[in-house]
Design a protein around this ligand. Sequence first.
Ligand SMILES: [Zn+2]
Ligand SMILES: [Zn+2]
Length: 944
Amino acid sequence: MLDFHQQEQEILDFWQEKKIFDKLRKQIKSGKRWSFLDGPITANNPMGVHHAWGRTYKDLFQRFKAMQGFNQRFQNGFDCQGLWVEREEEKSLGLKNKKDIEKFGILKFVQACRKRVEKFSKVQEQQSIKLGMWMDWDNSYYTMSDSNQLHNWMLFKEYHKNGWLYKGKDAVPWCPRCGTASSKHDIATEGYREVTHPALFMRFPVKGKFNEYFLIFTTTPWTVPANVAIAVNSHLDYVKVRQESGVYWLAESRLQELNGKYTTLEKKKGKELEGLKYEMPYKDFESQEKSPHEVVLWDFASGEEGTGIVHIAPGCGAEDFDLGKRKGFPAISPLDDAGIYADGFGKFSNKKYSEVNQLVLEDMKERRFIYKIEPYEHRYPHCWRCSEELVFRLVDEWYIKHKEIKNKLIAENKKVKWYPEYGKIRQEDWFNNMGDWLISRKRYWGLPLPIWECECGEIEVIGSLKELKEKAIDKKKVDALPEIHRPWIDEIKIRCKKCGKPVSRIPDVGDAWLDAGIVSLSTLGAGYLEDRKEWEKWFPADLISENMPGQFRGWFNALFWASTAIVGRAPFKAVFGYESLKDEKGEEMHKSKGNTIWFDDAVEKVGADPMRLLYCLQDPSQELKFGFHVLKEPQNYINILYNMSKLVEQGTKKNAGNIEDKWILSRLNSTIKKATEELENLHPHLASRPLLEFWLNDLSRGYIQIVRDRISEDDSAVKFVLNESYLTLLKLCAPFMPFITEKAWQDLRKSKIVKEESVHLCSWPKANQKAINQKLEDDFKNVFEIIEIGLASRSDSGIGLKWPLAKATIYYFKKFDKKLEGIIARQLNVKKIEWKIAHEKDWKVILDTKMTKELEAEGFAREIARKVQDLRKNAGLVKQDRIELLIVTDIYLREHEKFLKERTNSSKLEILHGIGEKIKEKFDHTKKESIKGKIIRILFNKSR
Ligand SMILES: [Zn+2]
Ligand SMILES: [Zn+2]
C-alpha cells in the first residue's frame, strides 16, 4: 500500500521546485480562452471535507481544459464579509451582542474581522494546495477589496436609476442576538428547524355576551400584547358550543381541540362573524389605543390548524403585516433590535421576548384568558448563523424590487446550461417566488451601502469615489479613506441638494451575497470598471461550479441579478452543481455531533488522490456519504493503477499483434472518447467511471492476465500496447488524480520511458476512431463473462487454476467469435473447448475435471517454473541473468524440460529423480518446496 500523504508531499515539492504550474500556464498562454469563474470560499475557518469536494471539481475542470490547451485565469476567490465572519470573530473575541461590539469599538472590530479573513484565507490556500488544486494563488480576489465594493456601488446606482431601490417598512424575520434582519434568502433552506413550543388556546370574550368566547390559537405568547384583531375564513363553518366552563366559537373542523363534552348550539359561515368585537387582556396598554379588536376575514385562516380563528399582530408577522396594511390597522411592534420589549407595555416593558413569553402565559392563566396549553411541534425559522430563534419586528429596511427584473432573470436562466438539469427549474422557481430582495443589514463588517438619506426625505445613491468626492462636504476625507468600510466611510457627509443640510450615510451594510454576486464584473480581467476591453475577453464565464442547494437563493441568484442589471445578460454559460456531503451513515456532519471530518485529518490519513477519486466517482445529483471506510476502495483502485506502472517498458514496435492487443487498444480509444465527451458535458462521474473500468477490469484484470505469458516471453507487441495504454491512461487520469499520475510518470521518466517533464504538461489524448472496434469489444465482453463463469465453476470443483484440465464445454446462446476461444482456454487452463447451443439465455460452462498423469505433470511443471521465478527474484537476479538449475523430484517431468528451461531462463537444467540422493555439486541457492503434498527441491547457481 502506498503512503499517499508522504508521496503527495514529495510531488508537491517537485511541482514547486520545477515550477510545473508556471510552465503549464506559459504553454497554454496563446491558446483559446476558457473562462472559469470561481465562487468565493468564505475565509472564516479551516476547510472542511465538503469544501474539498467542490474544489476538486473546480480543479478537475480547469486541469482538463488546460490539457486541451485552453488559456485560463486560474483565479481563486475568497469571500470576506458579512454576518458569518462577524459571528465567528465575535466568538473569538468573547463578544455576545452588538452592544458588546460597540463597546469594543467598531474600528477595532472591523480590523479584527479583516485579520481573521487574512489568516484563514492563507490557511485555506495551503489546504487547497494539499488537495492538489492549481490556482494562481498570488492573484486571488477578495470580496472585501475596494474594487469589489465600488463595483457594487455602481450596481446600486443602477438600481436607483431604474427606480428599483426603496426603503420599506415591513415585519421582517429578525435575529435578536445578531441584531439584524434575515432575508428570505437566509432562511429559505437552512433557516427552518423542527422545534416544540407551547401552543396557546386563548379564550377572548365576545363583547356584549356573557360567558361567550372566541377560541384563538397562537404559538408565540409574546405577540399577544400586540394583538389588534382576530381572523376567520369566510367560507369555513364555525360552530358555537356549550361546555361546562362556557360557550365557545371555533371552526367545525377543529372540534377535536375541545376538552370534554360539548353541545353544539349554532353554526355559521365565517363571513357571518365579521365585525364582531372581542375583549382582549391588554386593551388598556397605551399602544393598544387604536386597535379595533374585531373579527376580520382572511383567506389564510385555515380549518386545518389550531381553532380556525387566528390571532393577528401586524407588527409581529409578515402576513399579518400585509393584512393590517390593507385594513388600516395599527402595527404594534414591541421589540427593539435586541428583542427587548419597549415602553408602553406594562409589566412586560424592558424584558426580553423569551421572558415575556413566560410572563404572558402566567398572566393570562391567572386572569382566565386561557382555555388550554399544549406542546406543539412545528417548523420555526432560526438565525442561520447563530441558531437563535427569529422573531418578527417592524423595521425600515432597504429592498430591491423584484417585479421589474424577474422576467429578465428567468429568460437569462433559460439560456444557461445546467447540470444537474433540475437546477434550472429550481433557479426559475426561486426567481418566481423570491419577492423583493431585502439587502440591508444593521451590522459592521460589510459592503457600506452607498445611500445618503436626508431627514427631509431626499435620497442620494453614490456610484463611485469620484462622485462621492464631488458631493462630499469635506473632500479631503474622501482622499484620506484608507478603505471603503465602516467606520471610516461613516465620517463622510454630503450636502442635501434639496434642503442643503449635511447628510450622513445610512449606517447599514449590504447582504453579503451582494459581495459574491458582483464578482463576474469585478474580477474578470482587471474588472469592468478598470479595463472594459480585457474584461470583455473573459465575460461571460464559460463555467461556474458550486454546491447547489444553498446557491439558488445565494450565489447563483446574486450573480444573475448583478450581471443582468448592468450588462443585461447572465454572467455564465454553464453551471455545474452538486448536492450535500453527509457522513457515512448519511447524517449531517456537525461539530456538536462529533462526526465532522476535518480536511487536514482526512488528507493526512488517506491522501488527497483517494478523496478526489471518491468525489469524482460520485453522482453529483446525489448526497455524498463520506468517511474513512468509504475511502478504502478508492485507495485500492489507485494502488492497482500505480502498480501497473511497474509492467511498463519502452514500447518500440508500432503495431498491435494479437486480437487481445487490438481489443485493449479499441477499449482505450473508446475510453478516451467517452471520458472526453462526459467531461465536456459536465459529468465528472460518467467520465471517471469508464476510466476506472478501464484500468481495473480491462487492463489489470483483463489484458494483463491474458498476456501474462507473452510478458514473460518479452513480446514486443505487448510492450508497445501496454506502454501505449498505460501512458494514455495516466494522462486521462491526471486531472482527476494529479498526484499518483505524476508519481507514476516520474518513475517512468527515471527509466527513460517518457520524456515530458510532467504528466500535467501533456496534451489531453485524442481518440483514434479507427482503432475502435465495437464488435470486438462486445465479443470480449462475452469472453470475460464466460471466463468468470468458468472460474467460478473451477473454484466449486476445488481444483486450483494451476492444474490444467482436459476440456471445457461451453453452452452458448448468442453468436460468438470462436477466434477468441484460445483466450478462454488459456484463462480457464483447459486443453480443449467444445461448443454447444444453450437452451437458456445464459452462458454455461461444464468442466471435465478428470485428472490424468500428463495433465498433472504439466501443472507441476508450471508450478515449479513459478516457484523458480520467485526464487530468482528473491536472489536478486534480473530477467537477463541465466542460471544453472537442478530440480530434485519424483514427478515425471521429461516432457516439460524445454518449457522449464525457457521459463526459468536456465542455461542448464538437470532433473534428478527421488529424494535424499547425495548432491555433489555445491549450489548457492537451495529451497525445499511442497506442491500438492509432493516435496520438490530446487537448487541453482547464477551462470558464469
Ligand atoms: Zn443570529
Ligand atoms: Zn434634505
